[in-house]
Design a protein around this ligand. Structure first.
Ligand SMILES: Cc1cc2nc3c(=O)[nH]c(=O)nc-3n(C[C@H](O)[C@H](O)[C@H](O)COP(=O)(O)O)c2cc1C
Length: 173
């Protein structure tokens, strides 16, 4: 159902006291969206349910960040990440996301859950150029798989150069 929307240069914001919440099934299809989410993205809950979460993907986001997200979730672990998302109109909003697997009583992963807060502006100012570099690395490869591998390496090397883990890096920002 997603139309080809052109990204605008308009940034939109949500309240620092609010949390954008969504849940997905194991394939990343949305199973729940709270009002803060529907208000900011411009899609109704009915429009979101069943759609892939990439419905709010912004083209500026490097693919390697989502690879890390899915690789981490596949290991049953939580991940924190800064994400630039796109609304129905093409506007953008930054979030600081905490994404976790949801487990059933037997400990089996049955879906995923994401809570997002308003990010610190200084962090976004520092991180946006890094994301741009990663996206440029991806765009510099004709083959998407090679581009993703190269940007994932670039991201790992960047974090390593700080002598910390990814989690430590994110919380050092
Ligand atoms: C719980 C959960 C929440 C997600 N939230 C977002 C999100 O807010 N924005 C986004 O672009 N991708 C989000 N993703 C990742 C998407 O599933 C997808 O991997 C990403 O948008 C890249 O899509 P693409 O590979 O089709 O380009 C989320 C995934 C999960 C499991």
């Amino acid at each position: 159902m997603k139309q080809a929307v052109a990204p605008t240069s308009v940034e939109v914001f949500f309240d620092p006291d609010d949390i954008i919440v969504s849940k997905t099934d194991l394939k990343g299809r949305i199973t729940y969206a709270n009002k803060v989410f529907t208000d900011i993205c411009g899609y109704s809950e009915a429009e979101l349910i069943g759609q892939p979460h990439s419905i709010v993907r912004h083209p500026d986001m490097p693919r390697c960040v989502f690879k890390l997200l899915w690789d981490t979730l596949a290991e049953g672990r939580e991940i924190f990440a800064y994400v630039k998302n796109m609304t129905r109109r093409g506007d953008y909003y930054w979030v600081f996301a905490h994404v976790t697997p949801s487990f059933d009583a037997a400990g089996k992963v049955i879906g995923y859950h994401s809570n997002r807060r308003v990010p610190d502006r200084r962090v976004i100012a520092a991180l946006a150029p890094v994301y741009q570099q990663l996206a440029d690395v991806e765009a510099g490869h004709r083959n998407g798989k090679d581009g993703l591998a190269a940007s994932a390496r670039h991201m790992t090397d960047f974090v390593k150069s700080k002598n910390v883990s990814y989690d430590q890096f994110i919380f050092s920002l």
